[in-house]
Design a protein around this ligand. Structure first.
Ligand code: AMP
Ligand code: GLY
Length: 423
């Protein structure tokens, strides 16, 4: 089989490494891929938003199955375009990807179908938003409606911060058209849990839960990033919480999407917060999370491509999806300075004996040398019988990898371990 993977980050590298294990896979193309993915797939320099080029490439190269991983092409309708020329795909179509593409849509969906989430108001008129802030309670959360590279959420501690956030989105347009409309919502507190789930629109199969570490520095300090590390499973996701999530969140969400004529097929990401009043949805993503995928897929025992094809063909209920009982940890090695300014172009050395569990996010090949090319450079993963051991192994691997300017958090999984010990 000829497989196409749209995307070029650590998540896509993890997907490609998993897909490669399937014996019927002959070749994998990554669009655009990256310098590290190039060891596992043929990288072709086509951008993830260049839908026409993606379709042309797929037809010319007789692709048998396509996996669209990032949010942008999904929201732009890459799956619809590929399916229109007869190429089966993994990923939601445009009408379902709106669950991530518009926060106003997803909040309205949750309200309409009684799915627990933070109370909110939506505004497309800046003056009305500013007026609302007069009477709001603080902290409050301001979200740009559309996609914003994971940066469209601002937690405002007081009215002045909230006004500045609304103005930056709606008037200065720091996120472009994504800020034409904003959602202002209640500030919730509690541990966060990520759950990725396979769904064919009829049935939903949650994967092992995980915990992201979004802030740049230890002890959850510093700026918000795309994610500095993950562990799985998430110890806060107990059997009780799991049951509530299935009944009150997961099933109602796929049924709501179906009822709206927007059947969701693919990987649905639930960003949850475990509040005093039970689990609530913080956000939906229409795709695998990054770097959640880098801990979830190493624990998947069933063949990934087989599951994906079952999703596409709407027969997910007929197959068994098995995860290992082990734990996993992924430490992101970034360029110092990320998520702000950072230098790049430094040579990376990864010992061969650990390369299977290193997922490359931001690196380019230049004369056979692997050079840093992004903020998040590598995801270094390990699995083990216990979380403690997985964390230890991941950090042992990190110490074996070298590039100038490398920065990583030292406390990935520390909170999860502390909670485990408390229990
Ligand atoms: P998102 O991009 O929607 O995942 O939001 C980024 C982060 O902002 C989340 O992971 C939470 O830590 C935080 N956040 C989002 N919404 C809320 C909320 N209503 N209350 C508290 N924190 C929130
Ligand atoms: N790790 C969060 C995300 O993928 O959006």
């Amino acid at each position: 089989m000829k497989i196409l993977v749209v995307g070029g980050g650590g998540r896509e590298h993890a997907i490609i490494k998993a897909i490669k294990k399937n014996k019927s896979v002959d070749v994998i193309y990554a669009l655009p891929g990256n310098g590290g993915i190039a060891s596992d797939a043929i990288c072709v320099n086509i951008g993830t938003k260049e839908i026409e080029k993606i379709v042309d490439f797929s037809r010319q190269n007789r692709i048998d199955y396509a996996i669209v991983a990032p949010d942008d092409p999904l929201v732009l309708g890459a799956v619809d375009a590929l399916e229109a020329v007869g190429i089966p795909c993994f990923g939601p179509n445009k009408s379902a990807a709106i669950i991530e593409g518009s926060k106003a849509f997803s909040k309205e969906l949750m309200k309409k179908y009684g799915i627990p989430t933070a109370a909110y108001e939506t505004f497309s008129d800046m003056n009305k938003a500013l007026l609302y802030l007069e009477g709001a309670s603080y902290p409050t959360v301001i979200k740009a409606d559309g996609l914003a590279l994971g940066k469209g959420v601002i937690i405002a501690n007081d009215k002045a911060e909230a006004e500045a956030a609304v103005k930056s989105m709606m008037s200065d347009k720091i996120f472009g058209d994504s800020g034409n409309c904003v959602v202002i919502e209640e500030f919730l507190t509690g541990p966060e849990i990520s759950v990725l789930a396979f769904t064919d629109g009829k049935c939903i199969v949650p994967m092992v839960s995980s915990m992201d570490h979004k802030r740049a520095r230890d002890n959850d300090e510093g700026l918000n990033t795309g994610g500095m590390g993950t562990v799985a499973p998430n110890p806060y996701y107990t059997d009780d919480v799991k049951k509530i999530c299935m009944e009150k969140i997961f099933l109602p969400t796929i049924n709501a999407m179906k009822a709206e004529g927007r059947t969701f097929k693919g990987c649905l990401y639930f960003g949850l917060m475990l509040t005093e009043n039970g689990p609530k949805v913080i956000e939906y993503n229409c795709r695998f999370g990054d770097p959640e995928t880098q801990v979830v897929l190493p624990l998947l025992e069933t063949d990934l491509l087989t599951i994906m094809q079952a999703v596409t063909e709407e027969r997910l209920s007929e197959i068994e999806v098995k995860f290992s009982e082990d734990a996993a940890c992924c430490v992101i090695m970034a360029s110092a300075g990320y998520p702000e300014k950072y230098a790049k172009g430094f040579e990376i050395s990864i010992p061969a004996e650990i390369s299977d569990s290193v997922f490359v996010a931001g690196a380019a090949i230049d004369n056979d040398k692997l050079l840093t090319s992004g903020g998040r450079v590598l995801g270094v993963s390990a699995t083990a019988k216990t979380l403690e051991e997985a964390i230890r192994q991941a950090y042992l691997s990190v110490e074996k990898i070298h590039f100038e300017n490398a920065y990583y958090r030292r406390d990935i999984g520390a909170k999860a371990l502390a909670f485990n010990k408390e229990r």
